[in-house]
Structures are given as C-alpha cells and as structure tokens.
Design a protein. Structure first.
Length: 133
C-alpha cells in the first residue's frame, strides 16, 4: 500500500496544483492515507466492488484536501488512478497464470516479488507520465 500511495501522489502531482503544506504534515498526511486505504481491505475483503468504491472515495476526499482541485476532478482522477492500479494487478494475475503456471498462490516469495515488481512498473509508468506532462 505505501508504494501505491507514492504512485497516487505522483499521479495527482501530474494533474494538480499543490497547496503549501509543511513537510511534517505532508508525511503525516500520506502515512494516514496509507492507513485509511488499508481499512477497506480489512472490512470489505470479500466485496470487491464495495472495497473499490470506498478506496476511490477515500482517495478522492483526501486528494481534494491536499491539492487545489474540485471534488469532480478529484473523484475523476481517483477513479482513473484506481483503474490503472487494477489493470496492473490484473496483468500480474495474467502473468502468473500464463507464465508461472499459477505459482503465485503456492509460493509467498514469488507472490511478494511479483506484486512488488508490478507496483514498481506502475511507479515508473507514473514517473514517465509526470516527466512528459
């Protein structure tokens, strides 16, 4: 989740103007966002759609407070960001099922490595987007 939050920050920085916030409060804000995003995963683990809607709502409200944007733009960007994260996760599942013959469910080390690799690719993707725009 922390890597996803860093990606989220990079994604929103690409499209939004930031408010002047002291570094301590920025770190506190992003740490709190990590915890808030983790809560739906705990409580709505069985309900995929409810979990995604809750995460989008949390990210949209949090980013509205952090950047100078409207709620409409905040929800739109949060939805787009979460969609990109889900596509990256889906690609991970496809890679696992086709190339690794489903070993992700059998080996936790492979699972952790593949998830981390996917999040790093996502990170570099957002870094690339930010550098072009």
């Amino acid at each position: 989740i922390p890597l996803e939050v860093i990606c989220c920050k990079m994604f929103f920085e690409t499209f939004c103007l930031s408010k002047k916030i002291k570094m301590f409060y920025q770190a506190l804000f992003w740490g709190l966002l990590c915890m808030l995003i983790y809560i739906p995963a705990i409580f709505f683990g069985d309900s995929f759609l409810l979990k995604q809607i809750t995460v989008i709502g949390i990210v949209a409200v949090a980013t509205k407070l952090y950047w100078k944007i409207t709620y409409k733009k905040s929800f739109m960007l949060a939805f787009l960001f979460q969609s990109l994260v889900l596509v990256a996760d889906y690609v991970t599942i496809v890679i696992d099922s086709s190339l690794l013959a489903g070993s992700i469910n059998q080996n936790q080390n492979t699972q952790a490595f593949l998830i981390l690799l996917t999040k790093m690719v996502l990170f570099f993707f957002f870094f690339f987007i930010k550098s072009i725009l």
